[in-house]
Design a protein around this ligand. Structure first.
Ligand SMILES: Cc1ncc(COP(=O)(O)OP(=O)(O)O)c(N)n1
Ligand code: 3NM
Ligand code: MG
Length: 270
């Protein structure tokens, strides 16, 4: 496994997922740790499929969840705000829900029928186009993607591709990754896709949880965030990640992606 993945990394694979449906948890932790050592040497994030606890144990960069797995919020409780949480989606309603619930990226597939996921109906490139047009978090097209059909998926609007059998089932994963990457880069330079993290004016946009709701903001400080909701002159208390922040410090207190803010106001009796 390590040889194959190192070959893919040499070819430019820029994110790796450990998807292993057979190993025990004990074996998975061991594999994830070894993979993490390898991917870290290439500066590439490692995602663990299905198991947030394994991701945490191996200090992986995130987890990938399916529609039947635990909710994103529960995975975040396990992994904390900084790790990546991705979610599989198979139709646009699921994609919108994933974005709303705070997924960092979504899988969009299976684009084509695939023996890696037998029995799943292909969503076709029509769903790839819908997701590309509607969804602001990164969309990763997956399912039956090969060098031969990658252009078709990219033409439909995908800007990130995930392939399993086309890479790990090939004699030369490095060469396949290099060629896939060339195609991705060619399409990205023609029509770059706007994604969360940069808004249309180029100013940074982050995702925060405000009074329990997922929100997006360009605010850099607590004061700017309060102003966004016209709360800056109200008699309220602000908490950032569970700590009360005195009002005089709001202007110099940064808000970062993934943080939780509570604006609390007083009511009669308490
Ligand atoms: C990038 C990406 N997208 C989709 C999947 C599929 O996840 P899931 O639906 O949970 O199915 P399994 O992979 O667990 O069989 C994925 N792993 N990665
Ligand atoms: C694991 C997986 N999930 C999918 C989804 O659409 O959610 S498609 C898929 C299989 C991807 O493997 P290959 O590149 O060999 O087709
Ligand atoms: Mg899964």
């Amino acid at each position: 496994m390590l040889e194959v993945i190192e070959s893919a990394l040499r070819g430019g694979a820029d994110i790796v997922q450990l998807r292993d449906k057979i190993s025990s948890k004990r074996e998975l932790v061991e594999k994830a740790k070894r993979l993490k050592d390898l991917t870290a040497r290439y500066g590439v994030p490692l995602i663990v499929n299905d198991h947030p606890d394994v991701a945490l144990a191996a200090d992986a960069d995130g987890v990938h969840l399916g529609q039947e797995d635990m909710p994103i919020s529960v995975a975040r409780e396990i992994l904390g705000p900084k790790r990546i949480v991705g979610l599989s989606t198979h139709r646009i309603e699921q994609a919108r829900a994933a974005e709303w619930e705070g997924a960092d990226y979504i899988g969009v597939g299976p684009v084509f029928p695939t023996a890696t996921k037998p029995g799943r109906q292909a969503v076709t490139t029509a769903y790839v186009s819908q997701a590309a047009a509607d969804i602001r978090i990164p969309c990763v097209a997956i399912g039956g993607i090969t060098e031969n059909n990658a252009d078709e998926v990219l033409k439909a609007g995908a800007r990130r591709l995930c392939a399993v059998s086309a890479i790990v089932g090939h004699d030369d994963p490095e060469a396949v990754c290099r060629r896939l990457l060339e195609k991705i880069e060619a399409w990205n330079s023609k029509t770059p896709k706007f994604e969360e993290g940069l808004n249309r004016t180029g100013a940074p946009e982050i995702r925060v949880v405000i009074n329990g709701r997922n929100e997006r903001t360009q605010a850099a400080t607590l004061l700017e965030l309060a102003a966004q909701y016209k709360l800056e002159s109200r008699n309220i208390v602000a908490e950032l990640d569970g700590e009360v922040v005195p009002r005089r410090l709001w202007g110099e207190t940064s808000v970062r992606g993934g943080c939780a803010v509570e604006f609390v106001h007083f009511v009669g009796g308490g």
